[in-house]
Design a protein around this ligand. Structure first.
Ligand code: ATP
Length: 273
């Protein structure tokens, strides 16, 4: 990813991309995202880091259109034209354990009709080829017929990513795709993400700062709802990181370390949105 072979290739200057313009999102009296402005280009791979409660997940949910900002705007302009948001994928559900990897990936086509899946699925035509292609892209085509409950945590993550790819979205949003994985599996999942992408914008929330710095070209640091920095990984300094996590530590609901898990006893839940 850090080779940046696809990064910033087209650019928002061409009119394409995901743009947060002075976005604020509140939950009651709690300001989850404050006056955030970001311009993310097609083909970029961006890691969002910061302490617990910083607003990272809220930022992704705003990007997915699952939340509306209280102030400011979030716009996505895809290759189909300015102002299009239709290509943003939302896929927050977990995998269905008893179903095979292939079946789980096939349901990615149903997008936001998730509540209809139970009714529609039996009627789906048997065209597994696109789903098999996605499973191949994440290195799991041989395991297509295995129920996901029999897969390892890393393999399940790869199935979830293949399912997200089935939506043919121009933006893929991943919330902690490496949660609950050991360090080598984390790297493997990030490498798989990188190899499977084909020009999509990837925005990933990562708790593992070292992994983010190692694998992503662009890093957005958030704390206390604010974007504290937005810079190439190579330019992120230890002082910036210390300040980022110190800022989080001074706010309520912030008991995580730089590379640590979330609250004690509460594992982060990985999601693709
Ligand atoms: N649906 C919600 N209702 C009320 N408050 C919320 C909701 N979602 C998020 N918040 C609050 O908004 C703030 C930002 O939450 P968010 O989940 O975006 O942070 P985060 O950086 O993703 O944290 P973590 O790393 O722990 O997942 C927190 O104070 C959180 O409690």
């Amino acid at each position: 990813m850090k080779n940046g072979h696809r990064a910033r290739s087209e650019g928002t200057q061409s009119g394409h991309g995901l743009v947060f313009d002075s976005v604020t999102k509140r939950f009651g009296g709690n300001v989850a995202v404050r006056d955030a402005s970001l311009s993310l280009d097609p083909g970029e791979q961006v890691a969002v880091i910061g302490p617990s409660g910083a607003g990272k997940t809220t930022l992704l949910r705003l990007a997915a259109g699952a939340l509306r900002p209280d102030a400011g705007t979030v716009t996505f302009s895809g290759s189909n034209g300015a102002g299009s948001t239709a290509t943003l994928a939302y896929q927050g559900e977990t995998l269905v354990d008893r179903r095979t990897a292939l079946s789980n990936v096939l349901t990615g086509r149903l997008r936001d009709l998730s509540w209809l899946r139970g009714f529609i699925e039996p009627l789906l035509p048997a065209h597994p080829e696109p789903a098999l292609e996605r499973l191949d892209a994440v290195g799991l085509v041989e395991r297509a017929d295995v129920p996901v409950k029999s897969l390892s945590a890393g393999e399940r993550q790869r199935v979830a990513f293949a399912r997200a790819l089935m939506q043919d979205a121009e933006v893929v949003l991943a919330d902690e795709p490496t949660a609950n994985l050991d360090p080598s599996s984390r790297r493997n999942v990030i490498d798989v993400l990188d190899n499977a992408l084909d020009g999509e914008l990837l925005v990933t929330v990562l708790h593992d700062v070292d992994l983010a710095l190692e694998h992503f070209e662009r890093i957005v640091g958030m704390a206390d709802g604010r974007v504290r920095f937005d810079s190439p990984a190579s330019a992120v300094t230890d002082d910036q990181l210390d300040a980022l996590f110190a800022a989080g530590a001074s706010t309520p609901n912030t008991d995580t370390g730089r590379t640590g898990r979330k609250r004690e006893g509460e594992a982060p839940v990985p999601r693709y949105v």
